[in-house]
Design a protein around this ligand. Sequence first.
Ligand code: PXL
Length: 276
Amino acid sequence: MKRVLTIQDISCLGKCSITVALPVISAMGVETVILPTAVLSTHTMFEGFTVKDLSDQIDPIKEHWLKEKVEFDAIYTGYLGTIEQIDQMRKLFKDFKNDDTLIFVDPVMADNGKLYPAFDMEYVKENAKLCADADIIVPNITEACFMTDMEYKESYDEAYVKELLARLDKLGAKVSVLTGVSLSEGKTGVMGYDSQTKDYFVYQNDRVDASYHGTGDLFSSTCVGAMMRGKTWQEAMQIAADHTAHTIEITLKNPAKPWYGVDFEATFPELLEKLK
Ligand code: PXL
């Protein structure tokens, strides 16, 4: 069984980051080790959330694992809290990376043209540097614009997305994938670029007119899980895009109308079906 380390916050209530990655990747048949960067009462879209930074735990936990000679098939980072933690990630990648370790960086920090409340441009710059150490990065358009100093646009064409991918590629990751890319009316999905083969990859599915927190984390977790189950990055992106869209559709049918996260608990059977 493959073993993934995922490093992100625990938002106790909110269905995002670790509370999505751990159940989803585990359910996909992959051992999931967690390293929490902070504990929050809720994700940061709630008002009045509490935060306990766990930066001082990262190095001792890492040292213990090194002593135990633990190895990871993939390291997947998501929402980190501070610049210091980004620096800690660079070191941790070096400590655990071997020729086969997949480094998957989701530079979670912004959406819909805006940075999340906790972050500033210094944080953006450090995240851009972290991308250099990654095999795959999966920013949304907002995060990519911040990291590459490109103007954020709500409506755009393929040339804009390709320019954004070219700029992302310069950050140094092997594969750059933009999420939330809409290349025609009523569609949304991903567009990726492989710096080694120089190939583009586009996948679009029907756009569901709703936005929920944690969908990026569901997408990334599904991708990592699928790659660990032997799918190529392109196959994994397609599975993850379909699975995220399907989960949003199911959530929209919930009469309780959840607002802070998607009903990913309801769509595991379909996810496992997609892995067959
Ligand atoms: O899903 C991204 C995310 C992760 N962690 C925290 C967040 C968010 C998005 O708002 O606030 C704490």
